[in-house]
Design a protein around this ligand. Structure first.
Ligand SMILES: C[S@@+](CC[C@H](N)C(=O)[O-])C[C@H]1O[C@@H](n2cnc3c(N)ncnc32)[C@H](O)[C@@H]1O
Length: 199
């Protein structure tokens, strides 16, 4: 249940502000998203209404507060090898093509940007795909691959950097053979092996 209700006017103002701050577009029929995700923060910051909170966020000059708002409003749903076919295309078409081009141009590295990486499953899946592809293609094996991962959500990015995942997250789309090759288990938490496993 929402801790504080938002009026139609407040919702419209917040929708606009969020789009300005982050590009996140809240659907017109989803006022409840702002109520449930930001309600507690409104009260924590000492505001008594969404209008008061809106003024604080928009005009208060508090960057940390703005980051918190964007963080709470971002939807960080992700999983390993999400939708599978982009990773099949990466392995079977893009990486061989990049390797060919790199060979022709005398280049030794490629760069891949995971531009909304959430908690890291996407860039780690890219890394595992690259290592896998390099095992069966000597041209890819000659390349180094730099993966840049970024996200507007600071809390998601923090988790991505840690590379630590609970069993439930691990069970979502990660084949056991990849899990065992690239992660080590410590109780309920799995930690990415990074360098020792090749990434
Ligand atoms: C649904 S998740 C998808 C994560 C991952 N790319 C995947 O496909 O599994 C969307 C991510 O986009 C991020 N995001 C939303 N707007 C963004 C922006 N303007 N810049 C960077 N990241 C953004 C959110 O914080 C969230 O982590």
């Amino acid at each position: 249940m929402a801790v504080l209700s938002i009026s139609a006017r407040e919702f419209s103002a917040f929708r606009k502000l969020l789009a300005e701050m982050s590009g996140i577009l809240v659907a017109e029929n989803k006022a409840y998203l702002i109520e449930t995700r930001l309600g507690s923060l409104v009260l924590e910051t000492g505001c008594e209404s969404f209008s008061e909170f809106y003024n604080k966020v928009k005009y208060g000059g508090d960057d940390d507060l703005r980051d918190k708002v964007v963080d709470l409003m971002s939807t960080n749903e992700t999983l390993w090898f999400r939708d599978s076919h982009p990773f099949t295309i990466l392995k079977e078409i893009l990486l061989p093509e990049y390797a060919n081009r790199a060979r022709e141009n005398g280049r030794t590295s490629i760069k891949i940007w995971s531009a909304a990486c959430s908690t890291g499953q996407e860039p780690y899946s890219i890394a595992m795909t690259f290592i896998d592809a390099a095992r069966s293609n000597p041209d890819i094996a000659k390349l180094s691959c730099d993966i840049l991962a970024s996200d507007i959500s600071t809390s998601a990015l923090r988790l991505a950097k840690l590379g630590r995942y609970e069993s439930i997250a691990m069970s979502r789309g990660l084949p056991p053979e990849y899990r065992d090759a690239f992660f080590v288990q410590n109780g309920r938490v799995w930690k990415s092996l990074r360098r020792s496993s090749g990434w």
